[in-house]
Design a protein around this ligand. Structure first.
Ligand SMILES: Cc1cc2nc3c(=O)[nH]c(=O)nc-3n(C[C@H](O)[C@H](O)[C@H](O)COP(=O)(O)OP(=O)(O)OC[C@H]3O[C@@H](n4cnc5c(N)ncnc54)[C@H](O)[C@@H]3O)c2cc1C
Length: 432
């Protein structure tokens, strides 16, 4: 059992801002449902375009969902791989669409600076560590990124990996220097603070429970109030708005797990000699990073099932010790899980589902930068009539076939995981 209840981010984010529930009826231009990164960035994008007639409704608290409980990696790209993006969209559009996420990484940095958001940003980059011995997939990805996307990832050979990561586990790796990592809940609260200062109303404990069209306008109801507006943005991630079945049915909520060790002090150097965040090349990869207070944050696994903190600790400690056996006996202070939303096509939904009803969801496990990009696309569409979001129109609201989708998804995770495990055993000669 973790030593402390709750997640590390809530425990260390400091006092939460005051965002009282919506009471009574208000008129607005835009009502955003969900105060994760997708909703908050859309609101901020609108403010930056001169719009103040925005209301944000959050069922729980700002950043309650994936946005305030994730691994904290801020990096480019989408859940759908770069090769498939080119096959889908052609090289030109793929490059543009991927470029939105690189812009988003820069935008997040500049927002942190411009608004003085204290979110423990660590400018250490991200390492993609090769779990397997075969270097070819890394070489191929490095070339593809450089040639087609103008994104430079540096090659790290075995010795360079060992200098940074004290583990026998990895062969080689790629280093994404432009990436960084941060305390996502502080960032989410920081953005909500900017919105409040700009007179945008952010209401916590205000679930949208009904959405009705009235002529060319909308009425969004909460338990104690309602918003009448021209435009609605649904940004509810894996926590599903429950307002339009077609929209909910197009994503699968998928759980992933995180834990945080006790402070390691000098022992951190026995594990990591880099500020970089690390993830590996498997389908269900480990992801981890050093925290400024010398703890190790460790995440991994994907499952359609949520787990209790003690079960999360159990599976993740096993994973951690496979990479860092030297951490045996280290206490785990926090463990938690969160829901990501995946579309079958593994790309986000950034679209107008009905006139005046926008959707920003399905960011998967690669959501910090893409939610920022989506916020820009939707805000500029609403405020300025920008049509760039249509570049993603092939990634629509196809049904995810719940509950059969859950079984199919879990089966495909197990299949992918066992393929990785088999490849690993063959490489290590376990069958030889
Ligand atoms: C454990 C974990 C680790 C991850 N690690 C990373 C990482 O390191 N880097 C990365 O890029 N991505 C990561 N991701 C993915 C990333 O966090 C998500 O893709 C992204 O945060 C999704 O943002 P969102 O705004 O769409 O959804 P969420 O952040 O889930 O926000 C949705 C919000 O909508 C609210 N809501 C739902 N229904 C209603 C309603 N009816 N009325 C009002 N509010 C409602 C919810 O309460 C919630 O706050 C991770 C995800 C998880 C779960």
């Amino acid at each position: 059992m973790p030593r402390f209840q709750g997640d590390y981010y809530s425990a260390t984010a400091g006092p939460a801002p005051v965002a009282p529930p919506l009471r009574g009826a208000v008129d607005a231009g835009v009502c955003i449902v969900g105060a994760g990164f997708a909703g908050l960035n859309t609101a901020l994008g609108l403010v930056e375009r001169g719009r103040r007639d925005v209301v944000v409704l959050e069922a729980r608290t700002v950043g309650f969902g994936a946005s305030g409980r994730n691994g904290g990696f801020v990096f480019g790209g989408y859940s759908r791989g770069e090769e498939r993006l080119i096959a889908d969209l052609g090289p030109e559009v793929a490059r543009e669409v991927y470029g939105w996420t690189l812009d988003a990484v820069r935008r997040i940095r500049s927002r942190i600076d411009a608004h003085g958001i204290h979110c423990d940003a660590v400018d250490g980059g991200v390492i993609w560590a090769n779990w397997f011995k075969d270097p070819r997939p890394l070489k191929a990805r490095q070339s593809l990124l450089q040639d087609r996307y103008d994104a430079r990832w540096t090659w790290l050979d075995r010795a360079q990996m060992r200098e940074r990561i004290v583990s026998e586990r990895y062969a080689d790796g790629l280093f994404e220097q432009a990436a960084f990592h941060f305390h996502p809940l502080r960032y989410a609260r920081g953005i909500a603070g900017v919105l409040s200062r700009e007179d945008v109303r952010v209401h916590e404990d205000s679930p949208a429970i009904a959405l009705k069209r009235e002529g060319s306008a909308w009425r969004v109801q909460t338990p104690e109030g309602e918003v009448r507006c021209r435009t609605v943005v649904l940004a509810c991630g894996g926590y599903l708005a429950g307002l339009r079945s077609r929209i909910d049915a197009s994503v699968l909520p998928v759980a992933t797990y995180v834990m945080v060790t006790e402070p390691l002090g000098d022992r951190m150097r026995d594990v990591l000699r880099t500020d970089a965040a690390v993830y590996d090349t498997r389908f269900a990869f480990d992801y981890y990073r050093p925290l400024p207070d010398t703890r190790l944050l460790w995440g991994g696994r994907i499952s359609v099932w949520d787990r209790a903190p003690s079960a999360v600790e159990h599976v993740l400690v096993r994973d951690m010790l496979r990479v860092f056996p030297q951490l045996a006996g280290v206490a785990i202070d926090h463990a938690w899980s969160g829901l990501m939303s995946y579309a079958p096509h593994e790309m986000p939904h950034v679209l107008e589902a009905e006139p005046g009803l926008w959707v920003a969801q399905a960011f998967g496990g690669h959501g910090v930068a893409p939610t920022t990009a989506a916020g820009e696309l939707i805000a500029s569409a609403i405020a300025e009539g920008d049509t760039r979001w249509r570049r993603l129109s092939r990634y629509g609201l196809q049904p995810a076939f719940k509950p059969l989708g859950f079984l199919a998804a879990q089966a495909s995770y197990w299949w992918a995981q066992s393929k990785d495990a088999l490849k690993d055993r063959v490489e290590r000669g376990v069958f030889g």
